[in-house]
Structure formats: C-alpha cells, structure tokens
Design a protein around this ligand. Structure first.
Ligand SMILES: [Ca+2]
Length: 362
C-alpha cells in the first residue's frame, strides 16, 4: 500500500503542492498512524520537545564527512548589496519562546555584504551536484524527515516519527526526492533545495565562493530596513488582507487550508520581496546561518559584525517555514531564533548565501 497524502499525487506526478481551489481534507490522518510509534531510525532523536516541532534533528550518530569540493562553481547568484550599518537586533515585542533567547534587543553594526535574493534553488543545487558529484548527508544516512501529509513513499519506506507526530522519517528522502522516493523535482526547479544539512550548505558555499550569512546579517537583511517590526513587511501577518509568506492557515497540525496557496514549499520568488528586494525571508523554508546557537548569546554578543559563539552543539536556523502557525511557536518572525544539529536535514530547511569579499570603493 502506498502511503501518501490525500493531497499528494501518484508516482509520475510528484508535486504535492496545494494551490487555490484544491480542497485539502483530513491532513492529520497520515500522521495519526504514527502517533506513539517510536523510531529506531539511524541518527534520529525520538523525544518530542518544542525545539523539534519546527524541524526535527538527528542525534549524535554520524556518517563519514564528505569531502568539500574546491572553489570551482559556475552558478549564477542573483544577490543585492546591503550597505550594513547599525540596527536593533532582537525581539522588541517580548513574544519569543524563553529558551530561544530573542532578547535583549541590542545594537549591532554590520559591514557591507551581498546576500541572495532567494534561497538556493533545486536548479542551483543540481548544478553543484552535477559538477562535483557531491553526495548530501541525507543521501548518506539513507533517510530524512518529511512533513507527514506530504509524504510520497511506500509504507515500508516510512521508518517512524522524528520528534513530532507530523514528522516522518522516510527512507530515500533527500533533495532529489523531497517528499520521499516516489517524488522527484518535476516542476520544482525554482523551489528551494531542502533536506540539506549545515555541512551540505557549507560544501555548496565552498564550491561557489560564497558563505552562509551570520545570524546578524540574516536578521538585518530580513528586516528590510523596518526597525522594530515583527515581519519583513510590518507587524501583521496578513497585512492589508494579503498573504506575504508561505506559512500555515487552519488548525495546526490537523488542518491546513493553504489559503496562501501552498501546502509545502513554494517557488522562491512567490510573494512580494521586502524593501531590500529579498524574497521569503520568513516562511517557506528555514534557512541555515553560520553561527553556533546559544540562547544567552545576545547578552554578550559583540557589537560589530558578531559571529556567534565560538562553539556549540547546533547551528542557528532562521525564518520559519510552511509549517509555522500562530498557535504554535510563531517562529516566522524576523527576530525568532531556532537551531538544529549540523547533520540534520528536513523537508523545510534550506539556505541562502552571502558574499563578503567586496572590492573597496574607488
Ligand atoms: Ca502555506
């Protein structure tokens, strides 16, 4: 029996994205099958906690590191030059989860940098893989975590749950097969590449001569010049009656009306960009940052070009994803912080890059 979402399509039509006019039904049904089943899948933590509701993490088990390709990349990055300068970093609404350390608000000064307008797409990542033969960590583990209603896999390929009932560990899920082995990238060239670990993102960056944004760079970019606001466009999620980001509408995790047009990932240029011309800094997929995560870091962060703690267990992720809902952690805000272990990969986690080697002004 094939286990797949009622929203999903059979093999050969692998695009379980939801558009206006499609009628979603009973999205919790698939995940309920797995409630209470604990997984022995390699490398996955199985205990539920708030940090895994957004994106589950692998445990300490590891696969051997893949060599990172040399700097030979020939892929186009459409980016913008941000001038840097001062900004107030952190949550001025005091609405973050206590363990996330979104405060105190503190002044940060940044040097100029260039940042991608969008997350790295499947097309860009496919170019990287084609030129280097790179094999991602999810492919080497042999599995990754997929949001339950989007799974396109046979029952035997669904190994168990990953921290939350709505995260299924699916054998064969990876960037090429984002919803499981019965899915592929047809019509998804312009969607963000997902199921990529922090190490995978660094490998891509090393090949393309770019870098992951620091957490401070990411937040500066996401704010788009709007000081002290909740979102890149203002303070209201659906400001002016418009959808500005791909998140969750309905009752999480039972029912998603997908009123914003998308159940899972959306093309990277969906919705209006922020004032800096950057698309989907919040919603759609979480984005890896360079920094190690420490919830107390803002109390001691350096004021100029902060780089994060020197060591840690997990790397910062920012921006929230298509799973974000106001009834849960509300981590789709520009100040929201979360983290995942460097070897983790999920169907709602990607990255965008920056470029810092700017020529001095003439
Ligand atoms: Ca959505």
């Amino acid at each position: 029996m094939a286990l797949r979402s009622k929203l999903g399509k059979p093999r050969g039509v692998p695009r379980p994205v939801l558009r206006h006019g499609d009628a979603p039904r009973a999205q919790g049904a698939v995940s309920l099958i797995f409630l209470g089943r604990q997984s022995a899948a390699r490398g996955f933590a199985v205990t539920f906690d708030a940090s895994t509701c957004c994106a589950p993490r692998r445990g300490a088990d590891n696969v051997p590191a893949a060599p990172h390709p040399a700097l030979t990349g020939r892929v186009q990055h459409d980016d913008v030059l941000l001038p840097g300068g001062h900004f107030a970093m952190g949550d001025s609404f005091d609405e973050g989860l206590p363990g996330d350390g979104e405060g105190p608000v503190h002044e940060v000064e940044l040097s100029p940098f260039r940042i991608d307008r969008t997350c790295v797409t499947n097309e860009q990542f496919a170019t990287f893989v084609a030129e280097t033969g790179y094999v991602t960590e999810a492919e080497r583990f042999g599995n990754s975590s997929v949001f339950a209603p989007a799974v396109l896999a046979g029952t035997s390929d669904v190994i168990g749950t990953a921290g939350s009932a709505w995260w299924l560990i699916v054998r064969g899920a990876c960037w090429r097969h984002p919803f499981g082995p019965q899915s592929d990238l047809t019509d998804m060239a312009d969607h963000p590449a997902v199921h990529l670990s922090h190490s995978d993102a660094l490998a891509y960056c090393g090949w393309s001569g770019r870098a992951l944004p620091t957490e401070a760079e990411w937040e500066f970019a996401a704010r788009g010049g709007l000081a002290g606001r909740r979102f890149p466009w203002g303070d209201e999620l659906e400001q002016d009656g418009q959808h500005h980001a791909n998140v969750w509408q309905g009752t999480f995790p039972q029912y998603n009306s997908a009123a914003d047009g998308w159940l899972a990932t959306a093309p990277v240029r969906t919705y209006e960009p922020n004032a800096y011309g950057l698309y989907q800094m919040v919603g759609n997929v979480w984005e890896w940052c360079a920094d190690w995560f420490d919830p107390s870091y803002y109390r001691t962060s350096q004021a100029s070009d902060p780089q994060g703690p020197e060591t840690g267990q997990a790397r910062v992720v920012r921006g929230g994803s298509y799973l974000c809902h106001h009834s849960y952690c509300r981590r789709y805000r520009v100040a929201a912080r979360s983290a995942n272990t460097p070897n983790s990969s999920t169907g709602n986690l990607g990255f965008r890059t920056v470029f810092r080697h700017l020529a001095p002004a003439a």
